[in-house]
Write a protein that binds this ligand. Structure first.
Ligand SMILES: [Zn+2]
Length: 281
């Protein structure tokens, strides 16, 4: 869950470059006739993304039989994603935007492909629209697949359009009661709209981020346990607080920030309770 700077690429440039390679003159002519529709769809996409209403987007490009959905999908697959294509320069530009190649959807794994926010199998006019293409990791892309929201509440966050701000919204708590466990959860800032909070909650559940973060948290405990074993309860609390402060300064909503801040508060955890979490796994 990280913001990305919205790409400055023009859809007109991307689309024209991609279809510039088409050798079949008849197909090329039909694709050129789609440009106005593609530009209009791109503008409409941006307007709807700004107000969290992408689920209302309608795509009529292929209804007039100028082009087929498969022909439009091939513009992306064969002429933008393909390493030998002219459009690949735009693909690479979009892929290089996340800090440290980190997936903006989960904030943890590494990006390896572009994800269509509105899937290309259903929205042919948006196959190469930069605003519709988000760099993502394979797991997030697989979860998304052709999922289509039917309401604003079911729209996952869009890293180019949904400003997550700098306030904390990701937290972690621990339960020492059997079975001991860590839980990551969302608590939105009070000034967020209900719509934004609901979408963040949905995003967190949709991408199964609690499970992902818990796995990494247990790894972190395993790596730190021997060091923590030498500390008294109050010393460990202070150590965890320092770690939390530094990580929150770097990214207030990383799982590490939530984990260290949450654990620093927990008496059971700091009194060697963390070892029970290791024995459990
Ligand atoms: Zn991801």
């Amino acid at each position: 869950m990280r913001n990305l700077i919205r790409p400055e690429l023009l859809v007109e440039d991307v689309f024209s470059t991609c279809i510039g390679q088409v050798r079949n003159k008849e197909l090329k002519k039909r694709l050129e006739l789609c440009l106005d529709d593609v530009l209009e769809a791109s503008d409409r996409f941006a307007n709807l993304a700004t107000i969290s209403q992408l689920y209302t987007f309608q795509d009529h490009l292929c209804e007039n039989n100028k082009v087929t959905i498969d022909e439009m999908k091939d513009i992306y697959t064969g002429r933008m994603a393909s390493k030998k294509s002219r459009g690949r320069v735009y693909y690479d530009k979009l892929m290089s935007s996340p800090f440290n190649f980190t997936c903006p959807l989960c904030g943890q794994r590494k990006v390896s492909q572009l994800d269509h926010v509105l899937p290309k199998a259903v929205y042919p006019s948006l196959v190469v629209t930069p605003d519709n293409l988000i760099p993502s990791c394979p797991e997030c892309n697989k979860k998304k697949l052709d999922a289509i929201a039917t309401s604003s509440a079911e729209e996952t966050l869009h890293p180019y359009f949904d400003d997550l701000g700098s306030e904390r919204f990701l937290f972690a708590s621990i339960s020492g009661r059997e079975p001991a466990n860590i839980k990551f959860f969302i608590h939105s800032p009070p000034d967020w709209s209900d719509q934004k909070s609901t979408r963040l909650e949905y995003h967190f559940k949709f991408y199964e981020l609690n499970t992902l973060y818990c796995i990494h948290a247990i790894d972190e405990i395993a790596g730190q346990a021997a060091f923590w074993d030498d500390l008294e309860v109050d010393e460990l609390k202070e150590e965890l607080k320092k770690q939390a402060k530094s990580r929150i300064k770097n990214n207030p909503n990383s799982w590490q920030s939530a984990f260290y801040a949450g654990m620093a508060e927990d008496e059971w955890f700091c009194d060697k309770g963390y070892n029970e979490l290791l024995y459990k796994t």
